[in-house]
Design a protein around this ligand. Structure first.
Ligand code: M6R
Length: 610
């Protein structure tokens, strides 16, 4: 959700903070602000909307100093307004804070502090943190202790950066349920809500754990728990480069990341396929080899796009490895009382590795003694660290709020996992070899889909006028229907519904008329004829159909109003290809509606609060 950046070193902080905020904008773009500690104390600038607006308001002279914090906001408590924009401060302007998360006991703390004559300037839950520190500092007269005592009074989640006016050159960062990364440089150090804004400066990153607090200065850092125990964990090296987080000549991150599909498949597969044995070599599973061997049941959890990937994974694993699989939204799993045991494996899929519900689902599984496996893209993320074993996507940083390349890589990882589980169970050598060969062909096939980009653009022009779209798919492409619809809803605000084709007659068909077109995902698979019947039924009711079909399919050409084509592949791999034209279609629909696909309203890239 919100993005945080902090700098302390020997350079002017403002340009570093603004650059960091630009790179973090995908975490929230309701408003942005900075606080810089200079010779005349801490000065702030805040603005509603994009970081560019904030940058135009920042006077370099006033905001000069070598330490500072910045924040880009995704509003939870209090609407987007300057008064609600971080950094917030206390009554004496001694402590400036940037917070990501939700303080659940903020109302009672506010009442208590108001009685002690604290005056609040915002409607946010975050502001109480600054006042609490002020209150504790009065007694403790020690910054670290004041922050520590204040934090011990909070209930809820926070990723936090605190910059004092009283002791410049120091930032205190803390974490409880929302990520904080400390970037380690030479004569300078950083604090951030994720590693992306740190990449131009350093790739050496230390992630805080829940209940930890770091004191960061230009010369070093020290981490302690809130119970004052010294933490000596080492830093990690991030593989991503700063170039990966730039648009690289593309008008939007969304388009850049869709076009990275072929490269992403190659990177996800790199070094993992043993062609001659039809096997997948997944180093991250070494810890749990025996338990995987004994697994009798799998539950896959995730949210949004990751949940759709989970559904495809369910079909693959059941068909090829013969292990019963359940798929569940992480937000439900964490609150109901799932029956778990030692022979169950819980797989958590999350691009960011920080989605609050998915992380809590992992913790719930671990509390019950169940083995957990993370499929994440962000190295060192909370889910990557807290699961018993993991498989990284290697998709590179995904900046657009729309998850596109990460979805492709999640599906590829799930194929590899299916091979891994399947080959030691029921999958034959020839099936393993066939899948491995077809996986290697995917990048070229995705490139072929890109050749239709002009046609996709034209179709987007034609379909942008509709207010409703139905996405229909079956079996392996059941999830593709939901994923295609999600992309369109998120970015173009067209009402789109995913529907399993077999369910259509149980209700959805009532909506079909000439104003409610259907996108029918109809590659040549085992359910092709069933899909054709559905298309006939829609046509008979005056509905328009845009089909996603296999190249050379003449029957579809006669039946559907419009068609996009994907190359032939194995049925289990067809979702990896079928989603590509749908991602491009959603992108161009969004442009037709003159909207920004990188920054859809009300959304943030990483949902780190419930
Ligand atoms: O980082 P995660 O994969 O855990 O994120 C899960 C969802 O928030 C995410 O997929 C969301 O649905 C995307 N905006 C979809 O495009």
């Amino acid at each position: 959700m919100c993005g945080i950046i902090g700098y302390v070193g020997e350079k002017e902080a403002l340009p570093i903070l603004l650059d960091g905020l630009r790179r973090l904008e995908y975490r929230g773009y309701d408003s942005a602000g900075v606080a810089v500690a200079g010779k005349k104390g801490v000065k702030t600038a805040r603005a509603i909307g994009k970081v560019a607006v904030l940058a135009s308001r920042c006077e370099r002279k006033t905001l000069s100093g070598m330490a500072g914090i910045g924040h880009t906001r995704w509003a939870t408590h209090g609407k987007p307004a300057t008064r609600n924009t971080h950094p917030h401060t206390d009554c004496t302007k001694s402590f400036f804070i940037a917070h990501n998360g939700i303080i659940e006991n903020h109302e009672e703390l506010r009442t208590e502090l108001t009685k002690k004559r604290h005056i609040f300037k915002s409607e946010t839950d975050s502001e109480i943190i600054a006042h609490l520190i002020e209150e504790e500092y009065r007694d403790a007269q020690n910054l670290e202790k004041a922050v520590q005592f204040a934090l011990l009074r909070l209930r809820g989640t926070y990723g936090l950066a605190v910059m004092p006016n009283v002791l410049p050159g120091k930032i205190i960062a803390a974490r409880m349920g929302a990520p904080i990364a400390i970037g380690l440089g030479e004569g300078e150090n950083f604090v951030a809500s994720d590693a992306v804004p740190l990449l131009p400066h350093t790739r050496t990153v230390l992630y805080l754990e829940d209940g930890e607090m770091a004191v960061v200065t230009a010369k070093g850092h020290a981490v302690r728990t809130l119970q004052n125990k010294l933490v000596t964990r080492g830093a990690e090296m991030i593989e991503w480069s700063a170039d990966n987080t730039q648009k690289g000549g593309f008008p939007h991150f969304t388009l850049k990341e869709i076009r990275e599909g072929p490269e992403v498949v190659r990177n996800t597969l790199r070094g993992r396929l043993i062609m001659e044995n039809g096997l997948a070599n997944l180093g991250g599973l070494q810890n749990i080899t025996q338990s995987l061997h004994n697994a009798k049941r799998i539950i896959i959890v995730g949210c949004g796009t990751a949940l759709h990937a989970a559904r495809v994974g369910e079909y693959m694993i059941e068909e090829y490895a013969g292990i019963p699989v359940e798929v569940e939204s992480a937000s439900e799993f964490r609150y109901r009382k799932p029956v778990l045991d030692k022979e169950t494996l819980v797989i958590a899929i999350s691009q960011s590795g920080e989605t609050a519900d998915t992380l809590e689902a992992v913790r719930e599984a671990k509390r019950k003694g169940t083995m957990t496996l993370g499929v994440t893209n962000a190295v060192g993320s909370s889910i990557a660290r807290e699961t018993d074993a993991g498989i990284y996507n290697h998709a590179g940083p995904e900046v657009s709020v729309l998850s596109t390349k990460a979805y492709i890589s999640q599906l590829v990882v799930l194929v590899l996992l299916t091979m891994h589980l399947g080959r030691e169970r029921q999958m034959s050598l020839s099936a393993g070899k066939r899948i491995a060969k077809e996986l290697e062909e995917l990048p070229k096939k995705i490139e072929k889909i890109f050749a239709q980009e002009k046609e996709i653009k034209k179709l987007a022009k034609k379909y942008a006028k509709y207010e409703h779209l139905l996405y229909l798919g079956r079996k392996y492409n059941f999830a593709t229907a939901f994923e295609g619809a999600l992309k369109v809803k998120e970015a173009s605000y067209i009402h789109a519904e995913g529907c399993g084709a077999g369910e259509m007659k149980h209700g959805f068909i009532a909506l079909i008329d000439k104003n409610f077109p259907t996108i029918a995902i109809t590659p040549e698979t085992s359910v092709y004829d069933k899909m054709l019947s559905n298309i006939q039924e829609i046509k008979a009711r005056g509905g328009r159909v845009l089909a996603v079909a296999t190249e050379g399919d003449r029957r579809i050409m006669r039946l559907a109003d419009d068609a996009l084509y994907i190359p032939k592949t194995l049925e289990m791999l067809s979702p990896i290809l079928a989603v590509v034209p749908l991602q491009l279609f959603a992108y161009y629909l969004t442009l037709e509606r003159r909207l920004d696909p990188d920054r859809p309203r009300n959304l943030a890239k990483s949902v780190t609060v419930e």
